[in-house]
Design a protein around this ligand. Structure first.
Ligand code: C2E
Ligand code: MG
Ligand code: MG
Ligand code: MG
Length: 283
């Protein structure tokens, strides 16, 4: 495997490789330089309070545009970054950029908001991950309560003891934690009470079926009820229509994000949203 040979070994296309393998090698080689060539950028998507319409947070989402390959979706390159270990420097850059940007907006006088950062499995499992986060908060001066770490169920249950310990440290530091893509991991609910978390994020795959598939509507209702009983915040992802919004409000979902409000946008665009009014229509 390429990743085991290290970054200084050239890889050649051989007939037994399929196209995907070859494509991944090309991506991998370009990804090694993406950070230093400034090809990565963070976009931000507002998270909206469904009681007030106010932006109360944002999710930082990474974007990669390579001069030769064009735009490459994070769904495609994050797994490669994980396999190669590149996710460590990339993940650190992401955390630092998101914290720095959030602090800057606070210093500019905007209402303080949370910034949510996606953390991948390999990154979360590093022994020094908590220390890294602490160091970045110190460096950027962002109050820990305005940082939210997003992990998936599958990351959380990989090593339950480690997760319990890590999440307790984040809790003690005052950092928020949410479970991303909740409901897609088919994991036991029993662990939830042992994890110090603050929010569940309802996956887009359920939200898109509102008004179409009553089973998925039932799953959404169950997740909202579960969150309420565990006193957790609940955020619906991928809200695109008024109908979906109406359903979520009716079910007393607290927060949502999606194209209905705004796509993820570059920081300059996000700033315009903040300047304009900071409030979305939720009627
Ligand atoms: P995610 O964390 O579940 O992010 C939600 C995805 O849904 C994002 O895709 C977002 O752009 C998209 N989305 C938001 N609203 C809507 C909507 O109304 N409709 C539809 N159809 N999609 C919507 P994106 O940005 O392509 O990211 C895909 C995944 O890549 C993310 O899923 C996350 O798992 C990962 N990712 C993104 N940025 C980072 C990062 O900085 N670090 C790590 N480790 N993973 C990241
Ligand atoms: Mg996410
Ligand atoms: Mg998600
Ligand atoms: Mg996802």
């Amino acid at each position: 495997r390429a990743k085991q040979k290290g970054k200084n070994n050239y890889q050649f296309y051989t007939p037994d490789m399929n196209f995907t393998t070859f494509e991944n090698l090309v991506l991998e080689n370009k990804l090694y330089n993406a950070l230093e060539k400034n090809e990565l950028e963070l976009y931000y998507q507002p998270q909206v309070d469904l009681n007030t319409g106010q932006i109360i947070g944002m999710e930082a989402l990474i974007r990669w545009v390579n001069p030769e390959l064009g735009f490459i979706s994070p769904a495609k390159f994050i797994p490669i970054a994980e396999e190669t270990g590149l996710i460590i420097p990339i993940g650190e850059w992401t955390l630092r950029s998101a914290c720095k940007q959030n602090k800057l907006w606070q210093d500019m006088g905007f209402n303080p908001m949370r910034v949510a950062v996606n953390i991948s499995a390999y990154q979360f499992q590093q022994e020094d991950f908590v220390e890294k986060v602490r160091q970045i908060l110190n460096e950027t001066g962002l109050d820990p309560k305005w940082l939210e770490i997003e992990i998936t169920e599958s990351i959380a249950i990989k090593n339950v003891d480690f997760t319990v310990r890590t999440l307790r440290k984040f809790k003690d530091m005052g950092i928020k934690v949410s479970i991303d893509d909740f409901g897609t991991g088919f994991s036991s609910l029993a662990y939830l009470k042992n994890f110090k978390i603050d929010a569940l994020k309802i996956d887009y795959s359920f939200v898109k079926d509102i008004g179409i598939n009553s089973e998925n509507e039932s799953i959404i209702k169950a997740i909202i009820m579960l969150a309420k009983n565990l006193k957790l915040n609940v955020i619906a992802e991928g809200v695109e229509t008024k109908e979906q919004l109406k359903f979520l409000k009716h079910q007393e979902c607290n927060e949502s994000q999606g194209y209905l409000f705004s796509k993820p946008v570059p920081s300059r665009e996000f700033e315009k949203l903040l300047i304009r009014n900071n409030v979305f229509s939720i009627a």
